[in-house]
Design a protein around this ligand. Structure first.
Ligand code: HEM
Length: 412
């Protein structure tokens, strides 16, 4: 099946690029999205594509060119936007060092305290009928983790700035969404909302200094974490109320060690690691990775995309239940499935959070939320979401698709 798909993709691509007829190239699509795992790995590394030829653009530049809008919207200069390889390497190793320095026990206590404090505050001060918007709560807690771990901010000072953090999370999310749309992409200097929110949390910031922009570290962590954590909470806590999975997540959050991460529950045979993998498989926060390509003989640049999400939910690879949350599948993954699973990218560009920090911090957050949400029910104003949950369908993976979910304290 896979061989047929590869042959089909190569033939389609050869035709699109007019390589059968070099004297008279046909108009070609400037943007192409690939869902075959082998092609996706090549694209992410900016390598030669069979039938297309080599890329004349250096891999770091191929990535930077595709992230120009991100650079403008946030005024950032990081591994995703720079075409200076030594800087990219330094940035990556700095990120890795900060992730390795995490004190997991301290982080777990801090996260649970922060979730509890916000839930208590909303239960006493807010309008009880209104409930708490789940996506906002997950965003602000994920932002706190990123600020503590990656920007090494003091917990005590962050605890005093609840409203400011909520605003920063909202501004970053909305700037991210607009950066993805041609018509609405606004530059940082023209976005007073984001600038003010940033200056409220980082009063000493120099907005001209892109190298020291805190968003350099905030974006890669925050924009990935909250989305997968939100969906994992819904799958594990609210879909079928699977108590065994919930216990696995809660135990890891209270004892966040390597051994506990791998430990399989006696009844279900599920570990926190399986839950993390399944959450990242079904809901990869980076859905597609884009690269600029320039092929010999063609004047234009092409934008090629590796469709990570399509590889993760392909029924040809994962079976008929590919779109279902089934952590037990990780007990017997095939080599084909391993190759089709790359939520943290591939090859030289693999994310520094892949091996330890990413999967564990996801489960620390998920387990902490599940612990604190024991007496909270979830209600969606959007009936489509409740319908998806009831019918066992996959949740939507777009950024704003779950904005409509509210949690309410159950009456004891
Ligand atoms: C759930 C969590 C995360 C996911 C799913 C994720 C995903 C990814 C993906 C798909 C890439 C490849 C991008 C590309 O090739 O263009 C990547 C690269 C990268 N990520 Fe993450 N990431 C996560 C967390 C983080 C965190 C917390 C940091 C901390 C700053 C981080 C820093 C980076 C960096 C620096 C790179 C570039 C690596 C390089 O240039 O070689 N990521 N990430």
């Amino acid at each position: 099946m896979i061989i047929i798909m590869v042959i089909f993709t190569v033939i389609a691509a050869l035709i699109l690029f007019g390589v059968y007829n070099r004297q008279e190239p046909k108009p070609v699509a400037r943007f192409m999205c690939f869902s075959d795992p082998s092609f996706c790995h090549l694209i992410i590394e900016g390598k030669a594509i069979p039938g297309f030829g080599t890329n004349q653009i250096e891999p770091v530049s191929a990535r930077a060119l595709e992230n120009k809008r991100l650079q403008a919207s946030f005024g950032i200069d990081n591994a995703f936007t720079s075409d200076h390889e030594p800087y990219v390497k330094r940035f990556k190793s700095k990120a890795k060092k900060r992730m390795q320095a995490v004190d997991w026990d301290e982080l777990s206590i801090f996260v649970q305290e922060q979730i509890r404090a916000r839930l208590e505050r909303s239960a006493t001060r807010g309008n009880p009928g209104e409930g708490v918007r789940l996506s906002s709560l997950v965003q602000v807690i994920s932002l706190l983790v990123v600020l503590v771990v990656l920007l090494q901010q003091k917990k005590e000072s962050l605890m005093r700035m609840n409203r400011r953090l909520v605003r920063l999370a909202e501004e970053v999310t909305s700037a991210w969404i607009s950066s993805k749309q041609d018509a609405t992409c606004v530059k940082l200097e023209d976005n007073p909302g984001l600038i003010n929110a940033l200056e409220d949390v980082f009063p000493d910031i120099n907005r001209e200094d892109h190298l020291h922009n805190p968003l350099n570290f905030i974006l890669p962590g925050f924009e990935t974490l909250w989305r997968v954590v939100l969906r994992a909470i819904i799958e594990i806590r609210y879909r079928d109320n699977n108590v065994e999975w919930q216990n696995v997540a809660m135990k890891f959050a209270s004892t966040p060690t390597s051994a506990q991460f791998l430990l399989k529950d006696e009844g279900s045979n599920i570990s926190a690691k399986f839950l993390a993998h399944e959450s990242l498989r079904l809901y990869p926060p980076t859905r597609r990775v884009h690269r600029a390509y320039k092929f010999a003989g063609y004047p234009d640049h092409f934008s090629l995309a590796a469709d990570i999400e399509a590889c993760h939910i392909s029924t040809a690879i994962w079976g008929a239940d590919a779109e279902a949350f089934r952590p037990e599948r990780w007990a017997t993954v095939t080599s084909e499935q391993q190759k089709a699973y790359f939520p943290f990218g591939s090859g030289v560009f693999t994310c520094p959070a892949q091996s330890v920090f990413g999967p564990r911090v996801i489960m620390l957050l998920v387990g902490s939320f599940i612990t604190e949400l024991q007496h909270w029910n979830m209600v969606a104003q959007d009936s489509e979401v409740m319908e998806a949950l009831r019918l066992g369908k996959r949740l939507k993976n777009e950024r704003q698709s779950l904005d409509d979910l509210y949690i309410h304290k159950s009456i004891e």
